[in-house]
Design a protein around this ligand. Structure first.
Ligand SMILES: Nc1nc2c(ncn2[C@@H]2O[C@H](COP(=O)(O)O)[C@@H](O)[C@H]2O)c(=O)[nH]1
Length: 255
């Protein structure tokens, strides 16, 4: 099995190293990762400048001056001679949650989404780090390895994208796995306005909002109860339930 790894925290991230170590016994691993932290990059592609690809520690560990989506896009679209015959994309381990609305902005999830063009399963793995939690990346990496072995035993539907969030606890404190839906957050905290050394205003995006829809069945609820949350994602953004109403509205036939 050939697995492509990427992330959005950058090629030196602890979570990427832990992920690679956990998956190495299971598959032939290739890493293509951003040269710096690209958290929040979402599915952005770099179209306004050339991308450069440099080797890091090994021939199959490459660093790109681009986004997580750029990394996977390059890897599956010609960076390697011949067809990109990867069997799976695994992205992470993100140093923070990707719960609910986070997936809209997440570079980690975006790298997995880009893997859909392979027509194969793709997994985004995030560690739900809390203040004073222990940064248990090894737990999340072990969960990723279990997910890969489960997919090997029992393949999923084509182009399945799994958003996996792992509680930041020692592995033996995990209570199991739960299939979940995305919850959602309150709107983000206000932006933070400051001045640069020349007195010009600068702005920081404020912290993410707290959980709002976090009841049983949501990803928030699962991780809050020490379960691994596994949310199947889809890319079809069409609101199919609204198509007939939209047609009527366009024809001026609204009730
Ligand atoms: N509004 C803010 N959202 C934040 C902040 N830190 C994280 N986030 C959300 O989480 C994801 C992180 O995912 P990643 O895979 O991109 O690292 C990010 O995309 C946001 O949705 C924050 O300070 N403010």
């Amino acid at each position: 099995m050939k697995i492509l790894l990427s992330n959005d925290d950058g090629y030196r991230a602890e979570g990427l190293r832990a992920l690679g170590e956990a998956l190495a016994p299971l598959a032939d691993i290739t890493v293509v990762a951003p040269d710096r932290n690209r958290s929040g990059a979402s599915n952005s592609l770099t179209l306004d400048m050339p991308l450069r690809v440099l080797p890091f520690e090994a021939r199959k560990f490459l660093v790109v001056n681009g986004t997580p989506t750029d990394c996977v896009h390059l890897a599956v679209s010609g960076l390697f001679e011949g067809e990109s015959d990867f069997d799976m994309v695994v992205s992470g381990v993100n140093d923070g949650a990707n719960l609910g609305d986070d997936v809209i902005y997440s570079g980690t999830v975006a790298a997995a989404i880009e893997g859909r063009f392979l027509g194969l399963p793709a997994i985004a793995v995030s560690l739900v780090i809390q203040p004073n939690s222990g940064n248990h990346f090894a737990t999340a990496a072990r969960v990723a390895a279990e997910m890969v072995m489960r997919i090997q035993r029992s393949p999923l539907h084509q182009a399945t994208i799994l958003n996996v969030n792992v509680p930041d606890v020692p592995y033996d404190q995990l209570r199991g796995y739960q299939a979940t839906r995305l919850g959602f957050r309150h709107r983000s905290d206000p932006i933070v306005k400051m001045s640069d050394p020349r007195g010009r205003p600068v702005y920081w995006v404020g912290p993410a909002g707290g959980s709002q829809d976090s009841g049983p069945g949501t990803d928030f609820h699962a991780v809050a109860n020490n379960y691994v949350s596994v949310t199947p994602l889809q890319i079809d953004l069409t609101r199919h339930s609204m198509l007939e109403d939209m047609s009527n509205w366009l024809q001026g036939r609204a009730e």
